[in-house]
Design a protein around this ligand. Structure first.
Ligand SMILES: [Zn+2]
Length: 254
C-alpha cells in the first residue's frame, strides 16, 4: 500500500500512513465525542469531549501500530523481510517480502498481532480500573474503557479463521503443520476468507436494508475488502504453485 505520509522507522521498519487513515480517525473521534462520552460521562463539555475523542482515536491508532509492529518484529525474528507498515482506512497492514519459513513461524507471526491487542486491552483496562478507584475523572476512565473494548474487539475480529485475517494465518499454519502442504493449507484459509467476506457483506446489507442502520455499510465494506484480499491471496498461492510446477520442466530442458 502506498504511504501518503512517512512517519519514520521503528527498529528499521518504515512506518507510514495512507491518507484514508484520516477517515477512520475522524469516525473514531466522532463516535467517542458525540456518542460514547455524552452517554457514559454526561456533563462533559463539548470541546473537552472532542479533545478526548481525538486523543482516544490517536491512542487507538497507536494500538493498531503496536499490533502490526508485533507481526513485523516476530516475522523479522524468523528472517522474513518486512517491506513496510501502513495505517489506513480499515486498520493496519504489515507487508512482508518473504513467506514464513515454517508452520511454526507462520503461527507465531500471525498470533503476535492479536496477542498485542489483548495486551493493550489489559493495559488500558488496568489503568481505567486504578484511575476509577482513585476517583479520577470519569471522562478519562470512559475513554480508557472504550480503548479496552475496541482492542479486544480488534483481537477477536482478527482471529476469525479466514485469510487475510490473522485467524486465517493461524488456520493456515495449523493445517500446514498437520498435513505438511503449505499451498493446500493456504487455499483452505482463502476459501474460509471468501465465505467470511460474503457473510459480512450480506450481514451489512441486512443491517442497512432491514434494520436501517447505516453502520451496516461499514460491515459490508470490511466484507468487500476481505473478499478482494482473499481473492488476491488465492491467485498468488495458485501462481506460485504453477511456477513451482514449471520449474523442473525448464530445468530438464537445460
Ligand atoms: Zn494482525
Amino acid at each position: 500500500m502506498k504511504q501518503t505520509l512517512r512517519l519514520g522507522r521503528v527498529a528499521g521498519i518504515p512506518i507510514g500512513v495512507h491518507w484514508s487513515v484520516l477517515v477512520i480517525m475522524v469516525l473514531l473521534a466522532r463516535s467517542l465525542a458525540t456518542a460514547v462520552l455524552p452517554a457514559d460521562a454526561p456533563g462533559t463539555p463539548r470541546p473537552v469531549a472532542w479533545l478526548f475523542g481525538a486523543a482516544g482515536a490517536l491512542l487507538m491508532l497507536l494500538s493498531l501500530l503496536a499490533h502490526e509492529l508485533a507481526h513485523a518484529l516476530v516475522g523479522r525474528h524468523f528472517g522474513i523481510r518486512v517491506e513496510r507498515l501502513t495505517l489506513w482506512l480499515l486498520g493496519g497492514m504489515a507487508e512482508f517480502r518473504d513467506e514464513p519459513p515454517s508452520a511454526r513461524a507462520d503461527l507465531l507471526v500471525a498470533g503476535a498481532g492479536p496477542l498485542t491487542s489483548v495486551a493493550a486491552a489489559v493495559g488500558f483496562g488496568s489503568v481505567a480500573v486504578l484511575l476509577s478507584a482513585a476517583g479520577g475523572p470519569v471522562a478519562v476512565v470512559v475513554v480508557l474503557l472504550w480503548l479496552t473494548t475496541i482492542n479486544l474487539v480488534l483481537a477477536v475480529f482478527n482471529l476469525l479463521p479466514g485469510a487475510p485475517l490473522d485467524g486465517g494465518r493461524v488456520l493456515r499454519a495449523a493445517l500446514w503443520w498437520w498435513h505438511g502442504d503449505r499451498a493446500r493449507a493456504a487455499l483452505t484459509a482463502v476459501r474460509v476468507g471468501h465465505a467470511l467476506g460474503v457473510t459480512l457483506i450480506l450481514a451489512g446489507l441486512v443491517e442497512v436494508v432491514i434494520f436501517g442502520l447505516v453502520d451496516g455499510l461499514w460491515t459490508a465494506l470490511v466484507g468487500w475488502f476481505l473478499l478482494m484480499a482473499a481473492g488476491a491471496e488465492g491467485e498468488s498461492v495458485r501462481s506460485r504453485g504453477d511456477a513451482q510446477r514449471q520449474q523442473p520442466k525448464t530445468g530438464a530442458f537445460r
